[in-house]
Each structure stands twice: as C-alpha cells, then as structure tokens.
Ligand binder design. Structure first.
Ligand code: UDP
Length: 310
C-alpha cells in the first residue's frame, strides 16, 4: 500500500506507532489522532513525516474534520492494560463506544469506505481452555473492555449493512515488542529482571498466552487493510502457547539476572481478566493474505533485550 492518505487513531501508542512507522515507510501520507495521554511512541524520524493532531478520538467534530480526504481509517485508540481498564471500566467502555461512533461518523460524512479496527482476543474469554480459538466460535467476553470491543465488531457489521462501510476487526493476541510499556507482562518482567528485583509471576505461572510480535502484527494489519471487503473479523496470533512461568525463566536467564521468581497472588482487580489459557488460530488470516505471524518468541525477546541494553 502506498500513496494513500491514512488516518490512524491511537497512532502514538504501542501498536499504533509501529503501524505509523510501517505506513510512512511504504510512502503513505499518515494522519495521527492521539491524546498523548500515554506519551508518544512514534520514533522521531517518523514523527517528522506524519500530520499529527492531539485530539481525543471521541471528539466527533474534530475527527470528522481531520479525516477529510482520507482513504482509510485505522482505529487503534483505546484504553488498555488490565490494571487501568479494571480501575476505569466505565471510561474504558465510553472511549470504545464513543470512539467508534466518532470514527463511523467521520467515515460517513467524508465518504471513507474502509475502517480497520483493533479488537482483542479478550473477546474469547475462557474459551481457549480446550483448543486454540478461531473466529467462528461464539465469543464469551467477560470484562467490560472485551464486551465493548465485541460491541464495536457488531457495530461495524451493521455499518457495513446499513452504509456500505467496509471493515476488518482484528483480534490481537498478546502483542509485544519494542516500546511497549510495563503495563504488559513482557516489559514488566524485563524491567524487574534488569534491576534484579523479584520477577512477579501471578499464581502458578501455568497460565498461557500466545505472544505475537508487533512487527508481525503490523504486517498482518497492513495486508488485511489491502483486502478489506465486506466486514470480516480476523485473529492475529502467533499460534504458539507459552506459560508465564517459562517466560519469567527465559527473561531471567537472558538478562543474567539475580532476580528471584516470586509467585504471588494476582491483584484482585485482575480476577475477571485472568484466563488460564489463550491461544489462537491465524488460519483465516493466512487464507486471506497468504501470511501469518512467524517470529519466534525467543527471537522477539532477544531483540527487546538488545534494545534495552543500548
Ligand atoms: N502477569 C504476571 N505478572 C505480572 C503481570 C502479568 O504473571 O506482573 C501475567 C498475567 O497474570 C497474565 C499474563 O501475565 O496471565 C499476561 O498479562 P498481561 O497483563 O500482559 O496481558 P493479559 O493477557 O492479561 O491481557
């Protein structure tokens, strides 16, 4: 994809910033909408190339004005991180629902007929207990965050039926990589290990996640954006399960850390969010794009370690 005018909401965030970087490098005109409440993760040399608006995605009028003339909107703005979301369930849902409403309005008034939306593998809730999940199974969102994301997927389907706006909703599975902050487990374990503080594994550490490298997640996102047709939902998963206990061991040994590994109870507010297993199938993504994430977790962790050391 090149020479497109593309709006990215949440473009200064973790996945958003990697997405902007890739879109700029492909020769697109990138317009970022972000509050900067969590800082700006866009590398300086890329930031110079984007048109930046410090605007809240729920500000319907501004978002519509900024989006004029765009070919596509990537809607990646969200409140994120279990602890923050659990502390602010209403605000989380308001930003999801009103943010999507605002993006839909901008698309409608500006005749933009393509939206790519960052949904979440959280919509599956506890369903991965038996097998890796694909998009066809009934979802079971059990948090306000996941419910709001699911609501938006359904809203996008109705936008397609009623207004012909085409979209892809992407259910990301535990995306990790450079510039992620320690709200998420991988940067948190690195931070703890590198200062030889205890590494805090919640519970037994037998819970699993399917860690997807951000570079792969962005590649999948861009490939999907080139194929937006109708309204479709896609998993973007690495299709490999790792236990959190193993993750702690790997990060400890990679960093030559003297940290102890502490098994502690997860904070109470996390209880609704904690699922014993989460791993997904990217078969549908591969069917549509010929691609699926393939960075092995060990290589992804080495890249993070290298960047943290320098
Ligand atoms: N986790 C942990 N210790 C921490 C932070 C997280 O053991 O200090 C575990 C958490 O219980 C979960 C996994 O790491 O099973 C991933 O947590 P994260 O918040 O990164 O993402 P989630 O999958 O919960 O959305």
């Amino acid at each position: 994809m090149n020479n497109q005018r593309i709006v990215v909401t949440g473009g200064a965030g973790f996945i958003g910033s990697h997405l902007c970087e890739a879109l700029v490098e492909q020769g697109n005109e990138v317009v970022v909408i972000d509050t900067l409440l969590r800082g700006n993760k866009i590398p300086k040399h890329i930031f110079k190339e984007v048109e930046f608006h410090q605007v809240d995605v729920t500000d319907e009028e501004s978002v519509a004005k900024i989006s004029k003339g765009a070919d596509m909107i990537f809607h990646f703005a969200a409140i994120l991180g279990v602890d923050i979301v659990a502390d602010n369930p209403i605000e989380t849902m308001e930003i999801e629902v009103n943010g999507m409403q605002s993006v839909a309005h901008a698309a409608t008034v500006n005749q933009i007929d393509k939206i790519v939306y960052a949904s979440t593998s959280g919509v599956y809730g506890h369903l991965a207990l038996e097998k890796s999940v694909d998009e066809d199974i009934l979802v079971d969102p059990c948090t306000s965050y996941a419910m709001a994301k699911r609501y938006n997927e359904i809203y996008l389907a109705s936008l397609h039926d009623e207004k012909g706006i085409q979209s892809s909703a992407i259910r990301f599975f535990n995306v990790y990589g450079l510039r992620q902050d320690n709200r998420m487990v991988i940067p948190r374990f690195f931070e703890q290990a590198m200062i030889n503080d205890p590494i805090t594994v919640y519970g037994s550490g037998d819970q699993t996640r399917d860690f997807t490298n951000v570079k792969d997640a962005v590649k999948a996102t861009i490939l999907l954006s080139e194929k937006v047709h109708g309204m479709e939902i896609f998993n973007v998963a690495n299709e490999r399960e790792s236990t959190i206990g193993e993750l702690a061991d790997v990060i400890k040994s990679m960093t030559n850390s003297t940290s102890e590994i502490h098994h502690i109870d997860a904070p109470k507010k996390r209880y609704d969010y904690e699922v014993g297993r989460r791993y997904g199938s990217s078969a549908k993504l591969e069917r549509f794009t010929g691609y699926k994430p393939n960075t092995n977790l060990q290589d992804g962790l080495v890249a993070i370690h290298d960047s943290l050391r320098n």
